[in-house]
Design a protein. Structure first.
Length: 504
């Protein structure tokens, strides 16, 4: 419908637009992209959507007022751009060692972000202090009780004699020295990687990354346990890493990996231990199984990655075979440029174009406090008690590459299964709800494998309207800008913003 209308594509488009559409998809892979509607509590799914809905008009206002020159760019794309409206050529501002070159930068262009992607980082800045403050306000007693149990001689399985602990008490626990040995082995491999290869990184990246994980793993883990939403530390790790290693994207990414990935994997490890506890699997068997699986999956993942890069034509580019645009990988690449190559001081310092977004830290620290006291004053209000600040903010993190078409469809699905079916058909819900969710996820994965190797890899193209329409018009990825750059005197091509010698 009016596929060449730039304004309609920006607001309602599901490829490069904001996805405001009441019936955007029946694809389970899209419905479950931002939250698992059959597994997460209904209020979590609703909070996730409300976070996107609340930030939607802010992004629209940024784009239509041309704030940060965003009107010259598509509205919802996670790629960096130069002043000409082209994808940012990072190699232009690097020296032969891959470090930032100030003179080359001044001769080329500042880095510009789309409206949604620029605002996204402001929400990231807010979610981290909000997570710590929320965990302290709502879960501090549980956290303190958990720490106290570490120093008591009483076996927690004996102290908390529920049926699961009684059944699991017959199995020996994993000794603490097993975990310590695993940690030391991981640190050893990390040191080998840093010191034996041209990473241009100090060992401080490893140990400071682990320290970051130690600080955040409990508040992030508590919120994840309650909501099934994990607050990722990638942007915080990028921010700190960029300050520690300015102009060195590789070192920043090393620090980011040791901080962000350590936290994420540790929480997944704990999640699997919890599943094993309820499934009555001996803890030592769980430990060995997870460790072996981690090593095997690492090798398999690296092999697949190398195969993708060398075998898929144009992978992660607009010309990619079978539309392998790599939205997640593009986000990581853009982040490497912002936080590693240019550094947070240049982008978010007092003279940086996006300085105002730094106030997200202050907003995030204050945001949970009034809702905490409102919940204390009105304990019976479902509206107030159901509002979860970190999950709400996390909904605002879904932009670029996702849009509302990845969040809204989950709401009616979640309400039907988690409210209606659970209330009226509890026996069915208890027996089949989670199995149905797993079945749909497996169906998507199996269908993707079969489709890829049977059709896409064999370059069998099925030409029909449903396949081609997504690549036509103003919503075709990577989208269309609203404004055209002005022609400047003495320049071969039009551009916006400061020119050479006018920025630093």
């Amino acid at each position: 419908m009016a596929r060449d209308n730039i304004n309609l594509a920006a607001i309602a488009g599901t490829q490069a637009g904001l996805g405001l559409n009441p019936l955007p998809t029946f694809d389970w892979n899209v419905i479950s992209a931002t939250v698992q509607p059959l597994i997460s509590p209904y209020l979590v799914t609703l909070n996730n959507f409300l976070g996107m809905l609340f930030t939607f008009p802010i992004i629209v206002a940024i784009w239509y007022t041309n704030t940060w020159y965003t009107g010259y760019l598509p509205i919802n794309v996670n790629q960096p751009y130069d002043r000409f409206g082209n994808r940012y050529k990072v190699t232009t501002i690097l020296d032969e060692n891959g470090f930032y070159d100030q003179a080359a930068y001044e001769a080329y262009s500042p880095l510009y972000l789309t409206a949604s992607y620029a605002f996204l980082y402001g929400v990231f800045f807010a979610v981290y202090p909000a997570t710590i403050v929320y965990a302290y306000l709502h879960h501090r007693h549980d956290i303190v009780r958990g720490f106290k149990s570490l120093f008591k001689k009483t076996n927690p399985k004996v102290a908390h004699r529920d049926v699961h602990n009684r059944l699991m008490s017959v199995y020996p626990e994993v000794p603490e020295w097993w975990y310590m040995l695993l940690l030391l082995a991981a640190i050893g491999f990390g040191l080998i990687a840093i010191l034996n290869y041209p990473t241009h990184t100090t060992v401080g990246a490893l140990f400071m990354g682990i320290a970051l994980a130690v600080i955040f793993i409990i508040p992030v883990g508590v919120i994840y346990a309650v909501t099934n939403v994990q607050i990722t530390l990638n942007v915080l790790a990028e921010f700190i890493g960029g300050l520690l290693f300015p102009g060195n994207a590789l070192a920043m990414n090393m620090f980011k990996s040791y901080g962000f990935v350590t936290t994420s994997r540790a929480i997944m490890f704990a999640q699997d231990l919890k599943l094993g506890h309820y499934s009555k699997i001996p803890p030592r068997i769980m430990f060995v199984g997870q460790t072996v699986a981690t090593v095997v999956s690492t090798c398999v993942a690296m092999a697949i990655l190398n195969w993708q890069v060398t075998s898929i034509k144009g992978v992660c580019t607009p010309e990619a075979q079978a539309k392998f645009y790599c939205p997640g990988t593009s986000t990581m690449f853009t982040a490497s440029v912002i936080w590693g190559t240019l550094g947070p001081a240049k982008m978010y310092g007092k003279d940086g174009p996006y300085f105002v977004l730094i106030f997200g830290f202050l907003i995030g620290a204050v945001f949970p406090i009034p809702f905490y006291f409102l919940a204390k004053k009105f304990p019976n209000s479902k509206l107030i008690r159901g509002f979860h600040v970190p999950v709400f903010l996390t909904g605002g993190l879904n932009w670029a590459p996702y849009n509302m078409s990845h969040a809204w469809p989950a709401v009616p699905v979640a309400y039907f299964f988690q409210v209606f079916v659970r209330k009226h058909y509890l026996a069915w819900w208890q027996k089949y709800n989670y199995i149905l969710s797993t079945g749909l996820d497996c169906g998507v994965a199996i269908a993707a494998i079969v489709t890829f190797f049977a059709l896409q890899w064999q370059e069998v193209n099925i030409e029909w309207w449903g396949n081609s329409v997504v690549a036509e018009g103003a919503d075709a990825w990577p989208g269309v800008a609203r404004l055209q750059p002005p022609q400047r005197p003495g320049s071969d091509q039009p551009y916006w913003g400061p020119g050479p010698g006018e920025f630093h």
